[in-house]
Each structure stands twice: as structure tokens, then as C-alpha cells.
Design a protein. Structure first.
Length: 244
């Protein structure tokens, strides 16, 4: 196995973005998994998750939603960008559509075999991609926000949806979980939920350690969620696991 990182720098509306393709250079064409970041912007954590996905026979792209200038501005800059998109979900939807279209048009990507996973803010993003009817094989949200856009226009959703959720996550309380189930079932979406007890927000992040803010890493929840993701992606792409 020879993991190769390739920059997929691109411009959208005059903004420069720095996505990174991660693949095993010893294998041929593979399905692509887009990895969406949280409030920190495009990060090394994404690259680590992307590298782990290559062990299952996929290639992955660490997506840049904010742009190089915002990510380079530090946490204040990226937090402001995230807050702006949470306040304007229509603008978020437009950004997601343009970024998705650009990355799936890359020559290294088979646009017919693409899934997406996201963490925190990125978890919300992949759910919104599914809600908008984008032709993804599947999306998986890890400790993401769950509320739909306020002016969401119903679309036919073909993507399978997996939600990994910490039951004690203060940013997605139980009433949001119930509302999501009603929304997705009402729309005929193929969805499933894995909720982990005694688990807070950001449970996949090893650095998360702020109980007062409801942010805490959980080794057990992270391990279980990652193992379940392997099965979900295999089903979404209609293939057996290629882990080794």
C-alpha cells in the first residue's frame, strides 16, 4: 500500500479552495468518499480519516468548504464562516452544490460512485447534500447538527443515510433526533441511526475534552461508529468490504 496525497486546488466564484485527494497508488480506480470538515476548516484530521478509508479500498477527498484564506485565518475566521452558513442555509446549499460539482468533475473521480461523510458542521453538510437530492451513493453524519434548512424544498432523495449520534450531545438534543426521523421517514429516505449512550458532541475527535461545553471524545463510540461505517459504505456502493 502506497498512500498518495494530491492537491485538487480549484477556484469557485473567485475563491481558492484546497481539497486533497488521498488514494492508494497501488490500486486502480476506486469509489470516492468525500470527507467534510467541522468548524476548523480543511484540516489534518480530515486527511487522517481519508487515509483510513484507503484501507477499505476507497479513495477519499478532504473537502475544503471555507477556502484557503478562511482556513488560514485560524479558528476565529473559520468559526465566523461556519456561523454565517448556519444562519444562511441557502448560501450553504449553494456552496455545497458548487464544491460537490467541482470535485466530482475531477478526472480522478468516477461521479457515479461517490459517497460523503462529515463531522460536526460537516455532518450537517452531508445531510443537506442528501436532502437536496444530489446523486450520492450514501452519506454518513458523525455528531452533526440535524435540523433541516428552514426553507427546504423537498427533493427525491436516492442517497442512503447513516447518522452517528451521541445521545448527550447538547447541539442535537433528543427532540432534534425525533424530528429528523419523522422528516426522513416522511420523505421515504433510506436512513438509519446509531445513537450512543453517555456520549457527547465531537466523540470522534481525540482532542475533544470540554465537558462544560458538551464536547468529549469517546473511544468506544468512535470505534463502534467507524466499524459501522465500513459496513454502510460497502452497502451503499453495492460491494463487499475490501478491508485488509
Amino acid at each position: 500500500m502506497a498512500v498518495l496525497n494530491t492537491s485538487l486546488r480549484h477556484a469557485i466564484d473567485g475563491v481558492q479552495f484546497d481539497a486533497v485527494l488521498v488514494r492508494d497508488d497501488t490500486v486502480g480506480p476506486a469509489p470516492t468518499v468525500l470527507v467534510f470538515h467541522g468548524m476548523e476548516g480543511r484540516s489534518d484530521a480530515q486527511l487522517q480519516f481519508a487515509t483510513r478509508l484507503t484501507e477499505w479500498g476507497y479513495q477519499a477527498i478532504a473537502v475544503d468548504l471555507f477556502g484557503e484564506a478562511v482556513s488560514g485565518g485560524g479558528i476565529d475566521s473559520t468559526t465566523a464562516a461556519m456561523t454565517g452558513y448556519l444562519d444562511d442555509r441557502a448560501a450553504l446549499g449553494e456552496r455545497l452544490t458548487k464544491v460537490l460539482g467541482t470535485l466530482t468533475a475531477a478526472p480522478q473521480v468516477d461521479a457515479g460512485r461517490v459517497a460523503a461523510i462529515g463531522f460536526c458542521f460537516g455532518g450537517l453538510c452531508v445531510l443537506d447534500l442528501a436532502r437536496a437530492g444530489h446523486p450520492l451513493a450514501g452519506v454518513a453524519s458523525f455528531h452533526g447538527l440535524l435540523t433541516p434548512p428552514p426553507d427546504d424544498t423537498p427533493h427525491i432523495v436516492t442517497a442512503k443515510v447513516m447518522v452517528f449520534h451521541g445521545w448527550d450531545d447538547p447541539y442535537a438534543p433528543p427532540e432534534d433526533v425525533v424530528a429528523l426521523g419523522r422528516e426522513f421517514s416522511g420523505r421515504g429516505i433510506d436512513w438509519q441511526l446509531h445513537a450512543y449512550g453517555n456520549t457527547m458532541h465531537a466523540f470522534m475527535a481525540p482532542w475533544a475534552d470540554d465537558v462544560d461545553r458538551g464536547i468529549l471524545h469517546s473511544e468506544s463510540a468512535a470505534r463502534r461508529a467507524w466499524a459501522s461505517l465500513e459496513s454502510f459504505l460497502g452497502e451503499s456502493f453495492g460491494q463487499e468490504s475490501t478491508a485488509h
